[in-house]
Design a protein. Sequence first.
Length: 137
Amino acid sequence: MYLQKNKKGFTLIELMVVVAIIGILALLGLRLYSGQQAKAKEAIVKANAGTIQTLIQAELADTATVTVADIFEKSGIFNPFTNTKQPDSATGKGNVVVSLGTAITGSDVAESGVYFINGYKEDGANFVYDLSLTARR
């Protein structure tokens, strides 16, 4: 009686091919994930600008003047790129900027008594909105 060899299982080549396929799929997933993170952070900047706009509009309904520094303090917004509290109307990536009467973007039309609100994208040079949000009495 002779021993019969057991030929069940995977060869080394088959296992290497499976590992290579899993590695490629993982790389594709990471690229998509990092792209979604950037979009989410930009959405947070838009939400921060909307919060500031709402707070300024509410303050204008109650009083004649608005102190921008107080608005930023009350808002409690954070910069999504640096995870730091937003200083009042700071420039740079992820920050929200407020201007009274002066246009921020090239699409804005300067108007006395109007607050223009916009936020910076990750590059720190471009804005999240082509046309700034406005708040007026």
